[in-house]
Design a protein around this ligand. Structure first.
Ligand SMILES: CC(C)(COP(=O)(O)OP(=O)(O)OC[C@H]1O[C@@H](n2cnc3c(N)ncnc32)[C@H](O)[C@@H]1OP(=O)(O)O)[C@@H](O)C(=O)NCCC(=O)NCCS
Length: 196
């Protein structure tokens, strides 16, 4: 059941530091082929870091779960580029509210390997924070493999501290969402377009 309206956010066009033009918009059910294609452009290491298994492709059932969302308890931003008139997904950031703590949501971010290290992950976490706060979610939690230094760094930069979680067999980071103190250049561009 859709709770919030994804068309509230029209696609926002942004320019990365190296000039790459991207668009950021909520994921929609018709994005299943884009997600499946994005998965094909992800290294085995990135897939493992995101899904904690050596998954190669997204099953039809998983594609449904990842694209048919309610935009309140479960929200996902998609970053796309234009490839000769075709959209291609290069990054996804999502949060899912925890059933046993409605003020907290688990976040997961994936950036295609060839676009990593350029600020997309940071922007996605910050943009997720903005939507989450509107829905009464005040903190984020994430499970991260110990060897995943980019994600550890990203979370720590956003004020999220990490501890070993024996239940998850990995690190868990939990921390409050503070959108006013954290705004990367890309996030600032996004916010400026919204206010226009
Ligand atoms: C983790 C991930 C989402 C980060 O996204 P990203 O767009 O590369 O991240 P950013 O460019 O915003 O960088 C965030 C921080 O990560 C760190 N970082 C980036 N690339 C790094 C690398 N190759 N090695 C170590 N640290 C790195 C930097 O410290 C950076 O902080 P800085 O701005 O202070 O330098 C991305 O690497 C990814 O998709 N990995 C595979 C899937 C995954 O691990 N998802 C997380 C599971 S919850």
């Amino acid at each position: 059941v859709i709770v919030d309206d994804p068309t509230r956010w029209s696609p926002v066009a942004l320019r990365m530091d190296d000039g790459t033009q991207i668009r950021v918009r909520p994921i929609v059910p018709s994005d299943k082929p884009l997600l499946a294609d994005g998965m094909r452009h992800l290294s085995p290491e990135s897939r493992y870091r995101r899904f904690f298994t050596s998954i190669e492709t997204l099953s039809p059932a998983l594609l449904v779960r990842l694209t048919e969302i309610d935009y309140a308890d479960h929200f996902a931003w998609l970053v796309v580029i234009d490839d000769e008139g075709c959209e291609r997904a290069i990054a996804v950031g999502r949060y899912i509210r925890l059933p046993d703590d409605p003020t907290c949501a688990e976040v997961a971010i994936t950036v295609r390997d060839d676009y990593q290290g350029r600020g997309l992950g940071t922007m996605l976490l910050q943009l997720l924070g903005r939507v989450a706060l509107e829905h009464g979610i005040t903190s984020f939690t994430a499970v991260v493999l110990p060897e995943n230094s980019p994600m550890r760094a990203l979370l720590q930069d956003e004020g999220i501290t990490l501890h070993f979680d024996p239940d998850a067999g990995a690190l868990r980071g939990t921390g409050p969402i503070a959108i006013d103190t954290r705004t990367s250049d890309l996030t600032a561009q996004f916010v400026a377009q919204l206010d226009r």
